[in-house]
Design a protein around this ligand. Structure first.
Ligand code: PGA
Length: 258
């Protein structure tokens, strides 16, 4: 695993965007796994800039989003469909037919979840998955106690997540209670994982995910089992890491590594 600590959220976002761009340059038809929330906003802004200024091409890219609120239509401004179109898709040239986001309004969730898993496999699997982390240590909506082998399914949100996400809604009781989410097992099958985190409010979750035991109580800790993970953090989110000096030493020395 690689832990990269940047001075601020802008640098964190640009570093992640460079990794995405490298992936697309090496494999123009790459399959990207995408996340929503405040954390990846700077990454998407930078990818849009790279598309506009540097011709970064998304013409053959396929995407799969991690999750969606149950009950929100695609046009609902709080839905992750809306978020993705507003912040990325409408600004770049990803063919609409290549975009996959879990449905929050299907009439058969079990069948939809199976279909979503099958589509990921049929697309050749996710090459690069972007992740945020919840203050309760979740990845996607895999709340504490989610099975580390879980697949795409409906989850009941934790109270802490509802409180955290209430800032996007008029009141906490408008936050949906259920979400459809890729499972931890689904996420671990991606070729490469990037977990982004910024802000002091993420420092405890980040420290537990990277340096704590692998446990379903912090589902981001399951990333320790993956062989190609990059954690890109700002200094505040990294502030509770015990091995911080070592991670920075490694980054320093990597240039000359044999
Ligand atoms: P945030 O959410 O980026 O809005 O902090 C992260 C998450 O819950 O995964």
């Amino acid at each position: 695993m690689e832990v990269i600590v940047k001075d601020n959220v802008e640098e964190m976002s640009k570093t992640a965007a460079r990794v995405v761009a490298r992936t697309l340059n090496a494999k123009p038809d790459a399959v990207l796994g995408l996340a929503t929330g405040s954390t990846p906003l700077g990454l998407y802004k930078e990818l849009v800039r790279m598309h506009e200024d540097e011709g970064l091409d998304f013409g053959q890219v396929t995407t799969f989003n991690l999750d969606e609120y149950v009950g929100l239509t695609q046009k609902d401004e709080q839905s992750y469909h809306y978020f993705m179109h507003e912040n990325l898709f409408k600004h770049v040239n990803i063919p609409l037919s290549n975009i996959h986001i879990p449905s929050g309004t299907t009439d058969n969730y079990a069948a939809f979840c199976n279909w979503y898993e099958d589509r990921i496999v049929e697309s050749g699997g996710i090459d690069l998955q972007i992740l945020g982390i919840g203050s309760d240590g979740h990845i996607a909506f895999n709340e504490p106690s989610s099975s580390l082998g879980s697949r795409t399914r409906i989850k009941t949100l934790a109270k802490q997540t509802i409180d955290d996400n209430a800032r996007f809604f008029d009141s906490p009781d408008q936050v949906p209670v259920y979400a459809i989410t890729m499972g931890v097992g689904t996420i671990l099958e991606a070729g490469k994982l990037i977990l982004l985190a910024n802000g002091a409010h993420k420092a405890d979750a980040v420290a537990q995910a990277i340096e704590g035991p692998v446990t379903s109580m912090i589902t981001a800790s399951a990333l320790q089992l993956h062989d190609d993970v990059m954690y890109i953090l700002d200094r505040e989110a990294a502030s509770k890491l015990k091995m911080l000096d070592y991670y920075e030493w490694v980054q320093d020395k990597m240039v000359d590594a044999p």
